[in-house]
Design a protein around this ligand. Structure first.
Ligand SMILES: CC(C)(COP(=O)(O)OP(=O)(O)OC[C@H]1O[C@@H](n2cnc3c(N)ncnc32)[C@H](O)[C@@H]1OP(=O)(O)O)[C@@H](O)C(=O)NCCC(=O)NCCS
Length: 203
């Protein structure tokens, strides 16, 4: 375990790395991630069906001393068809837990959600998932507990010049992972969003 793990927005080509990460999770963590015990085939189907256009995925890449890179954390921000509500699923592998990695991914996912117009984010968890409850509280989410599952919620979200600048800076830090064309495209859409925001069109 050497350098600082990198946080990146993931693309469809990261599917195999996401699958490998989810299959490396301890069974207990896999159960907590999916809200119930799930067989390997279900995880495979979940990864095959992931959407990378409307939804957003963030991952923590850990580079080992031998230079090999592994995805050791994943956050899926699912966005509903109206683009107003987001649902987050998050996981970090055991040897890397309690280092603030889920906090980093969730903070990034929330900023992204705000910037694309999502107004509310929810995270479902099993009622005994105390780590997730603490984590959600630390992010300012409100918690409610039902009989079978709990829900963490962040409401009244909106974009701001700060949230846009923050995401742009994060994307620039990924420059090694992105082509110049992709960065130019992101720059174009960010400045358009910023222009609309300043003109009062994003509320
Ligand atoms: C929940 C999970 C994602 C947290 O990942 P993580 O990278 O360890 O979280 P962080 O290091 O960012 O923790 C942030 C805060 O959350 C709380 N927290 C995290 N793990 C905790 C634990 N085991 N016990 C108590 N509090 C915990 C703490 O307040 C922590 O801050 P601190 O370390 O400064 O005290 C990880 O435990 C996991 O993958 N669990 C299995 C999957 C899961 O439950 N997913 C949630 C449902 S989608």
């Amino acid at each position: 375990m050497s350098s600082i793990p990198l946080l990146n927005q993931l693309r469809a080509e990261h599917r195999p790395a996401i699958l490998a990460h989810l299959l490396r999770l301890e069974m207990e963590d896999r159960t907590q991630r999916f809200g119930q015990p799930v067989a390997t085939e279900i995880v495979e189907r979940y990864v095959e069906q992931l959407d990378f256009s409307r939804d957003a995925h963030f991952g923590i890449l850990h580079r080992d001393q031998d230079g090999s890179t592994q995805l050791i954390g994943h956050t899926h921000l699912g966005i509903d068809a109206r683009g107003l509500c987001g649902e987050i699923g998050v996981s970090v592998e055991r040897p890397f837990q309690r280092r603030g990695l889920a906090t980093r991914m969730l903070t990034r996912a929330i900023v992204h959600a705000r910037n694309v117009g999502v107004r509310e984010i929810v995270m479902y968890f099993l009622p005994y998932n105390t780590s997730l409850m603490e984590l959600a509280r630390s992010l300012g989410m409100s918690l409610s507990l039902g009989s079978g599952e709990g829900m963490a919620r962040l409401a009244n979200l909106s974009a701001s010049p700060v949230s846009m600048a923050s995401e742009w800076l994060d994307l620039c830090n990924e420059v090694g992972e992105r082509t110049v064309g992709e960065l130019a495209q992101v720059a174009g859409s960010t400045s358009e969003q910023m222009r609309r925001l300043l003109a009062g069109q994003l509320t």
